[in-house]
Design a binder for this molecule. Structure first.
Ligand code: ZN
Length: 315
């Protein structure tokens, strides 16, 4: 007959115990790991860094950008809410190269002991601002090291994203694979877009433009545009009357068709140049979110290149 001896029952009890114990041992760490972990608090200086960080970090990061996209990155002054954000942050991503002159005091005043500041431009070859056509030697921007607007070139944005991914992995190694996968899929999209944009620019014959502030040399070099003059010889400084006269003469003599301004700056001088010369003012953005259809870095890149190509070469 079945189970006439007590042995099988005893075995069954032992087996059940064994299962219970092994399960609790096995699953205890799993339960801990699977428990919803708070996302990492991260502060970035400008919106392009927020986008890149969210692309890699997905649901595991909570990113606050100090600039929203409408402010001037050179003259920003931190708000009380910025202090709060920095106080809570584990990581702070900046561009560096003297762009965010206002960030170091913020970190000193509000940064916790565990806050790590990551300079995402590390390793990028910098361009220096050149003397302009009127012979004025233009100092490099806020910093002697070179022009800080590196993110305007997608190749540099790739380097910046790699720094971000590395930092996320160091702070949160549990999601390393996910971060690497996200980075790879984003960089594929970026490559695809670069190819599409290059195809469009290839059909533009005259690629010369006047820039408003020195934010465009990396962009111009990457996409084959040519900056023939800059309204602000240095970021944040107003041009002299002499400088403007020189620009007007240049636009007329060389038949320059486009003055690129930026939504973050005053349109007064670009409009004056346009009125004097018949050139067209095109308002672009150096920060994602500054204009409609520029919410992400990819959107901004597409918008800036296509608008400029269309303005130079109205097909
Ligand atoms: Zn700038």
């Amino acid at each position: 007959m079945l189970a006439s001896s007590p042995m099988p029952n005893l075995r069954l009890v032992r087996l059940l115990w064994a299962i219970l114990i092994s399960h609790s041992l096995l699953f205890a760490p799993l339960l801990l790991a699977a428990a919803p972990m708070e996302p990492l608090n991260i502060v970035v200086t400008i919106p392009v860094l927020k986008d890149l960080t969210e692309q890699v970090g997905g649901p595991h990061v909570r990113v606050t950008s100090l600039l929203s996209g409408y402010e001037n990155e050179h003259t920003y002054s931190p708000k009380p809410s910025d202090l709060v954000a920095v106080r809570k942050a584990r990581l702070l991503f900046e561009v560096g190269i003297g762009l965010e002159v206002w960030v170091s005091s913020l970190v000193k005043n509000a940064g916790g002991a565990s806050l790590r500041v990551v300079t995402t431009s590390k390793g990028i070859a910098l361009l220096r601002d050149r003397p302009d056509h009127d012979g004025t030697a233009h100092a490099a921007e806020e910093d002697e090291r070179g022009n800080p607007h590196v993110w305007m070139d997608p190749e540099n944005a790739t380097t910046m994203m790699r720094h971000i991914t590395e930092a996320l992995i160091q702070v949160d190694p549990a999601h390393a694979t996910e971060y690497r996968t996200n980075q790879a899929s984003y960089l594929r999209k970026l490559d695809q877009l670069r190819g599409d944009l290059s195809d469009r620019i290839a059909r533009v014959a005259d690629r010369r433009f006047i820039a408003h502030h020195p934010a465009w040399p990396y962009f111009a070099r990457r996409f084959g545009f040519q900056i023939v003059g800059t309204i602000q010889p240095q970021s944040g400084s107003e041009p002299s009357a002499l400088h403007l006269h020189g620009l007007i003469a240049k636009i007329k003599n060389d038949r320059i068709k486009v003055v690129v301004s930026e939504i973050q700056l005053s349109q007064k001088i670009p409009e004056l140049l346009a009125k004097e010369t018949g050139a067209r003012v095109l308002v672009l953005t150096t920060l994602p979110g500054g204009l409609p259809h520029t919410d992400t870095y990819l959107d901004m890149l597409r918008y800036n290149v296509l608008q400029l190509a269309n303005a130079l070469d109205p097909a």
